[in-house]
Design a protein. Sequence first.
Length: 299
Amino acid sequence: MFNVESEAELDVLVDESAKSKNSRLPGVSIRVNPDVIAGGHPHISTGHRQHKFGLDWAAARELYINRRQSKWIRWNGISAHIGSQITSLRPFRMALQRIASYVRELRRSGIALEYLDFGGGLGVRYTDQKPPSRLDYARLVASFAKPLGVHLLLEPGRTIIAPAGILLTRVLYCKRNRDKSFVVVDSAMNDLLRPALYGAVHPITRVTREKGQRGGGTRVDVVGPVCETGDCFLRDWPLGTVQAGDVLAIWTAGAYGMSQASNYNARLRPVEILVEGKRARVIRRRETAEDLLRGDALA
């Protein structure tokens, strides 16, 4: 199924994938914008009328109807995605109510859609969030999708992978500037961008500790070595006493950790290790300087 967000995109698709091959596209959907505010941060809210994603329903309906007799396309779906890290069912319900009404309206116009692509967005617990369970989310979506008799497409990736990923980092040194304490670690914003990009809070703890030793006490800023003040994982965090060489765990890093990682500041991306029960194996090797320079074109 081909998913488009504008008439211009549809025209390009028809020219490049249908007319050039003299073959009708087997199935096309439009991403609609249901005008719902949702998401854990403005940068990951995608379903409001002020956002760049999708088409307003009036424009989408006109495109569906005007092209329903096209020899090059066959409408067979509708798509929407309203945001990410959503911790309430309310915006999902609002969006589904509107999309369901769109599907019924199109059917009355003779366009019977087979697919509903509702994207993803269900949030996870990083610190004190209380997201709905996957079961409650599924029941809500099913309550709208089943009466429509459509094939449902969902992307619940964050809820599956986020808690499964941990970023391990080693303390380089500790320092204090007047009334401010810092713990400088060897990971940086290039390894986990979410704190700098979204203000995301990922809990950090020591991997090992002595018997009876607990977190708390002096609050510190846990920062990376990149020359930017934004290279900070947590501010005023009750980490407890640590020293150079200690290994820390940055939790819930599975979603958008490595996928957003980069070589910014000429840093090498870390190794990835998959742990299965008592077994562990490397699934992505640590980068080397040769990897960093491989793409350079020399005069």
